[in-house]
Write a protein that binds this ligand. Structure first.
Ligand code: AN7
Length: 344
């Protein structure tokens, strides 16, 4: 049967109300890419779950198909979210598909250009907040408590239902859960979803390595971060809504949540790109964590199956690349100039 999106594909595993009306862009079904060359460096069988290949370029589409489908079914006309960018683009796309009005609140000047462009292109009403993601989230929670506007942040339980499906897909491809799952942690909806998904699917449980950026690592520090800062703007979050559940997932799985520096994140981004997988900075945090833990002997990967979740596409944040490289050289459109340039 042709693939009709993840609600259709995993319907029996998703706890969605009867009124749900599936709104899909054929999200999910993303590739689990083997990384043999990189895996050899750790002595493990390494895979990248490339979530950047979802319709709007991030994993958020999994939770958005379910959240918007539920909202439409219950008669919502407007949806709202706070976002570091990817949720905004995803909410805007699925709202557009459903014929709903979408409003997105973003931290002023801290959203990568590909995400902002997406939100605008899909027709969202974009509002910049003079504050952080966390401030924006408080505001959308308040307005959805006082008005009929539907909240589509990952506090919404149907977001978690949809995002569980990535765990199902990994088990379907590998035949069972991997030994380790490494992924970035921001507002902590995704790590919560994976853990719920693996537990429900009963194909084994991975140990979970959640990775925060050092300047935005409330779950490592053990307290909220008032002014989170990181180059990985997607996870520039100081008060994760599902922080408790993230810690629980790490602990129950025999894993942990760690922090890596921006330099380690950018280095991991380069390594992934050198293998043909270009992801946005936050999405490289999982690999950065794996590298950091291995280098201090804390990660015994030998002979293990390891999945690194890459949550968003590199094209979401092109500036991070173009700003740090000199512009390509310019030559006359002449053969001799080309030969000299390429030193052939
Ligand atoms: C690429 O879009 O919070 O721990 O508002 O965009 O589930 O929050 C994005 C988060 C990882 C962290 N990787 O996931 C938003 C937003 C990328 C992301 C995360 C985000 P959660």
């Amino acid at each position: 049967m042709t693939y009709q999106g993840l609600i259709q594909h995993y319907r029996q595993y998703l706890d969605l109300p009867a009124h749900t009306q599936a709104i899909s862009l054929l999200e999910g079904n993303t590739p689990l890419i083997p990384m043999p060359r990189l895996g050899r460096e750790f002595g493990c069988e390494l895979f990248v779950k490339f979530e950047g290949l979802n319709p709007t370029g991030s994993f958020k589409d999994r939770g958005m198909t379910t959240a918007i489908s539920e909202a439409v079914g219950r008669g919502a006309q407007t949806v709202i979210c706070a976002s570091t960018g990817n949720t905004a683009a995803s909410a805007a796309a699925y709202a557009a598909r459903a014929g709903l009005r979408s409003i997105v609140l973003i931290p002023e000047g801290k959203v990568a250009v590909g995400k902002l462009a997406g939100a605008i292109a899909y027709g969202a009403e974009v509002i910049q907040i003079q504050g952080s993601f966390d401030d924006a989230l408080s505001l959308v929670v308040e307005i959805t408590q006082k008005t009929p506007i539907a909240l589509v942040n990952s506090i919404n339980p149907y977001r978690i239902e949809g995002q569980k499906t990535s765990a199902f897909e990994i088990c379907d491809v590998l035949g069972s859960a991997p030994d380790w799952l490494c992924l970035p942690v921001g507002n902590a909806g995704n790590i919560t979803s994976y853990w719920a998904g693996f537990k429900q699917y009963q194909k084994g449980l991975p140990q979970v390595l959640g990775v925060q950026a050092a300047g935005a690592a409330p779950l490592v520090l053990g307290h909220p971060v008032e002014k989170p800062e990181t180059i990985a703007t997607a996870i520039r979050i100081g008060k994760p809504a599902r922080g408790e559940q993230a810690l629980e997932a790490a602990q129950q799985s025999g894993g942990r949540i760690i922090a890596v520096s921006d330099a380690e994140i950018l280095s991991a981004q380069k390594i992934l790109a050198s293998e043909g997988v270009w992801v946005e900075p936050a999405s490289a945090a999982g690999l950065a964590g794996l590298i950091a833990e291995s280098s201090v002997g804390k990660f015994e990967a030998k002979g293990k199956k390891v999945v690194v979740v890459c949550t968003g596409h590199g094209m979401k944040d092109p500036s991070i690349i173009t700003e740090s490289f000199t512009a390509p050289k310019v030559i006359p459109a002449e053969y001799q100039a080309l030969v000299e340039m390429v030193d052939a």
